[in-house]
Design a protein around this ligand. Structure first.
Ligand SMILES: *[C@@H]1O[C@H](CO)[C@@H](O)[C@H](O)[C@H]1NC(C)=O
Ligand SMILES: *[C@@H]1O[C@H](CO)[C@@H](O)[C@H](O)[C@H]1NC(C)=O
Ligand SMILES: *[C@@H]1O[C@H](CO)[C@@H](O)[C@H](O)[C@H]1NC(C)=O
Ligand SMILES: *[C@@H]1O[C@H](CO)[C@@H](O)[C@H](O)[C@H]1NC(C)=O
Length: 341
C-alpha cells in the first residue's frame, strides 16, 4: 500500500519535472524566434502552390458576370441552338443551349487561365478549341470596382488541393428557353442565374449568384465569416424567433425555378424554406449553400447531412432543405416517411 503511494508520489514528481523542463524549452524557443516573428507572405495568384481566396472571389464575381453577358447575348440573338442532354430521372427534358456552352467557355477557361492549378467542376464540358473568341485576359484581380470599396477583404492563402470550384454557367435553362412549364409566371428569365462556388475541404465558403436579366443585372455573393453583398442582409432575429406554431399556419407553397434563385429567396428572407425532393447536382446548390450558411442559415439533405463539395460525386440523391431558421422543425415535418426522397 505504502509502496504504491510512494510510486504515485514519484510519478507526480517526475511529471512536474518534465513539465517544467518542457516549459523551459518552450520559453527558450519562443524567445529565440521572438525577434523575427513570421510575417505571412502574400503571394500572387500566379503562384501555383497557394491560391488567394480574395482574388478568387474577385475572379468568381467577374466570370459569373461575363458568363451572364454571353447568356443575354445569345437570348437577344434568338438563336439558342437548343439540344437536349436527355431526360432527367423524373422524365423531364434536360435542355442545353449555345448559351450554356458560351457561358461555360468564358467562365471555366478564365478561371483556369488565372488559376491553372485550380480544380474547377462545371456543369458543361467543352474543349478550349471549341470555345470561339475566348476573352479571358482582362480579368481585374485587384479592383475596388468589383466589390464595393466599403468592403475590405483579407488575403487568405489556401493550397489548391484543398479547393474545389463548382460553376453553373446557366441555371434554369428550361426557363431560359421559354419551354412550357407549369409555373404560370410570365417572365421566366428572372430565374436564370450563373453561379460560382468555392469549397475549401468540402465546405462551401464563397458563393456567387449572378442574375443576368432584369432591369439591372445583379450579383449577390457571400464569403463565409468575412463579407457579403449588402442586398443579403442577415434576417431579423425576431423572424428567427417566431414560434413553430406560427410557421405551421398559413403555409404558402411558392413554385419557382432555378436552385440559385430559390437559395437567394431563402437567404433574403423572402421565403422561409427551399425544399427539393429529387436528385440535384452540386453545381446547382453549392453557391446557394455558401450564401445561406454565410448569413446564418442552414442547408442540408432531407436526411440532415451537409453536402460535401470536395468529392467529385456530383449528384446529391437525398433531397435538400434550406432555411434561415427552424431547420430542425422543417426537417421533422419533411422526414422521409412524409416526403419521398
Ligand atoms: C503554374 O502552372 C502552370 C501550368 O502548370 C505553369 O505554366 C506556370 O509556370 C506555373 N506558375 C508558377 C508561378 O509556378
Ligand atoms: C469532405 O470529404 C473529404 C474527403 O473525404 C474530407 O477530407 C472533408 O473533411 C469533408 N468535408 C466536410 C466539410 O465534411
Ligand atoms: C425569443 O422568444 C423568447 C420566448 O418566446 C423570448 O423570451 C426571447 O426574448 C426572444 N428573443 C428575441 C431575440 O426576440
Ligand atoms: C418575394 O417572392 C415573391 C413571390 O415569389 C415575389 O413576387 C417577390 O418579388 C419577392 N421579393 C423579393 C424582395 O425578392
Amino acid at each position: 500500500m505504502n509502496f504504491g503511494g510512494t510510486i504515485r508520489l514519484n510519478r507526480i514528481g517526475v511529471c512536474i519535472i518534465i513539465g517544467v523542463f518542457v516549459l523551459f524549452l518552450l520559453y527558450m524557443s519562443s524567445n529565440s524566434s521572438g525577434g523575427d516573428a513570421k510575417v505571412p507572405v502574400v503571394k500572387d495568384v500566379s503562384d501555383n502552390n497557394s491560391i488567394n481566396l480574395r482574388k478568387l472571389l474577385i475572379a468568381a464575381i467577374q466570370v459569373a458576370e461575363k458568363g451572364g453577358k454571353e447568356v443575354v447575348a445569345v437570348k437577344k440573338d434568338n438563336n439558342l441552338d437548343e439540344k437536349t442532354k436527355g431526360k432527367t430521372k423524373e422524365g423531364v427534358n434536360d435542355p442545353v443551349t449555345k448559351a450554356d456552352y458560351k457561358s461555360h467557355c468564358v467562365m471555366y477557361y478564365s478561371l483556369k487561365h488565372w488559376f491553372p492549378t485550380l480544380k474547377v467542376i462545371s456543369e458543361e464540358h467543352s474543349s478550349e478549341k471549341d470555345c470561339s473568341n475566348l476573352l479571358f485576359l482582362d480579368l481585374d484581380l485587384n479592383p475596388n470596382t468589383v466589390t464595393s470599396s466599403s468592403i475590405s477583404l483579407p488575403d487568405e492563402m489556401i493550397p489548391p488541393e484543398d479547393i474545389t470550384v463548382w460553376i453553373d454557367p446557366l441555371d434554369a435553362t428550361k426557363e431560359y428557353t421559354g419551354m412550357k412549364h407549369n409555373l404560370g409566371i410570365e417572365n421566366l428569365l428572372e430565374y436564370v442565374t450563373t453561379m460560382v462556388c468555392v469549397a475549401v475541404k468540402g465546405k462551401p465558403i464563397i458563393g456567387v449568384v449572378h442574375k443576368p436579366f432584369g432591369v439591372e443585372p445583379k450579383t449577390s455573393w457571400a464569403w463565409f465569416a468575412v463579407a457579403h453583398t449588402p442586398n443579403l442582409k442577415p434576417i431579423n432575429e425576431a423572424i428567427k424567433n417566431i414560434s413553430e406554431q406560427a410557421f405551421g399556419k398559413n403555409v404558402e407553397v411558392i413554385s419557382a425555378a432555378g436552385a440559385g434563385y430559390k437559395s437567394l429567396e431563402v437567404a433574403t428572407g423572402n421565403v422561409t424554406a427551399y425544399i427539393h425532393t429529387t436528385a440535384i447536382k452540386k453545381w446547382d446548390v453549392c453557391a446557394g449553400n455558401a450564401i445561406v450558411e454565410s448569413l446564418g442559415g442552414k442547408m442540408t439533405t432531407l436526411t440532415n447531412e451537409q453536402l460535401n463539395y470536395s468529392d467529385t460525386n456530383v449528384v446529391n440523391e437525398k433531397g435538400l432543405l434550406a432555411t434561415m431558421a427552424k431547420h430542425d422543425w422543417y426537417l421533422n415535418r419533411l422526414s422521409p416517411s412524409k416526403v419521398k426522397v
